[in-house]
Design a protein around this ligand. Sequence first.
Ligand code: NAD
Length: 545
Amino acid sequence: MKTRPGAVPHGVQLLHDPLRNKGTAFTEVERDALGLRGLLPPHVHTQEEQMARFLENMRKIADPLEKFVALSALHDRNESLFFRVVCENVDEIMPLIYTPTVGLACQRFGHIFQRPRGMFIGINDRGRVAEILRNWPLKAGIIVVTDGERILGLGDQGANGMGIPVGKLSLYTACAGVDPALCLPVTLDMGTNNETLLADPYYVGLRRHRVTGAAYDELVDEFITAAREVFPDVIIQFEDFANHNAFRLLEKYRDRICTFNDDIQGTASVAVAGVLSALRVKGTRLADEKFLFLGAGEAATGIADLLVAAMVAQGVDAAEARRHCWLVDSKGLVVKSREGLAAQKLPYAHEHAPVADFLAALKALQPTAIIGVAAVGGTFTPEVLRAMADLNQRPIVFALSNPTSKAECTAEQAYQGTGGRALFACGSPFLPLQYGGKTLVPRQGNNSYIFPGVGLGAIACGATRITDEMFLAAAHTLAAQVTPADLDQGSLFPPLTNIREVSARIAVAVAEVAYQRGLAARPRGDDLRAQVQAEVFDPCYRGYA
Ligand code: NAD
């Protein structure tokens, strides 16, 4: 377990240091030794009592956004307590600190704003980004950076998008135990084209439209260079960039620095894990399946690319593997004759007559799996689900769009529309439900099964790059944690309550690939699991005196 370096501050300063504050849990000895006597009420509480008090208050609040605000305030004053609350109540709290509530929190960011967290770097800061990053008081190990242009399925939220890097980094700690002191959320404020925000007096960002072209690229480049100069070993995760920037930035930097794009690669890994689980139920191999995607953006092409990589690893020819994946975008089926297709869609532009809509494409192609990632709610209609059920004994139906309002269908609709036969995964949480006398437990294909473990593994081995092979290893590791009992109740992922163990195993798998490929800067210890565990932050209080 990690211990925090540096001297412990005294008195009020300590109470205002969220990384070290323990509030009323400071012991009698600590109160004398650290100048806290009189600054706290006399009774010493345990962390368990503090946790119970917080939960009692939070559970009285009905509105999820107000719960989010309460959790953010706790995060700002006592990180250990915050992470203990999250870790021990992960099913309850994750939807509050991440999707779906974080989507609303971004939309309302300026209105609920209390304290800054992370760093804002704006287009006007060109030429002094390194100087700005030096204002960060700690040594960052992981940066999650957004430009706020494609927040979940909610579009351009400008600087309000900061809710996403903050939320993602909380999940690094909650799900994998990455030390919160290593986590730096960053928003690149390139402006916003969201007129509602520009007219909102409480909006936190620059009052200007988005910059594009060379000015945009130069700021991103300066930020990347500066981040690597100020924090030499830092991992940089790109998050919620619009797809016209996401793919090219990933291509530009993936072989030069330690970086990944979670919307493309993390999504791919969790979705492939879900598919591998579904195949266990069906008793088939990837090459027996045909995948039809609704959506052809970051998530869809990322998933398709990793499915292809997985098939290739099983001995399937790459060109043949690509023919198992078909995409439908806003203009219909992606086919070879279409002009002006974005580069990431081209590998999946197969020979076929044009087809205008998803249902027609489904009937023409007869897929075994449909994967919804277009952020258009309700698009897996009863007709779509019935067609899948007519074609397949066990149709694979993944409704991955976020937040819940954008989901292609609900879990209930998926089961009802397929006579309970769907192998279902979702992007937003849905409660267990009864169908045909059985309790079905749909589980979220949540990226937080993947990226925290990948980050922890990368830290533990000092990864110099993060590769698709690591994400494929993570997918196999996650799928291997799904038990027959999970599958029997319709769950394609393990329970979130196991997330720490899942992440630790993924971290080991990722580090293993890094060592095999010569992409690890730290020497390999005898026991990789112990090496990973040594990096894990424990939210239980430690003594200072
Ligand atoms: P994106 O903007 O890169 O892609 C969206 C795609 O949908 C584009 O190809 C667009 O052409 C297509 N599209 C839009 N309207 C359409 C329509 N009416 N019919 C068919 N296609 C249409 O976005 P993305 O990063 O790929 O994310 C898409 C959705 O998936 C979002 O809601 C996101 O939150 C969700 N997502 C979920 C997970 C998860 O559950 N693990 C992970 C990543 C993304």
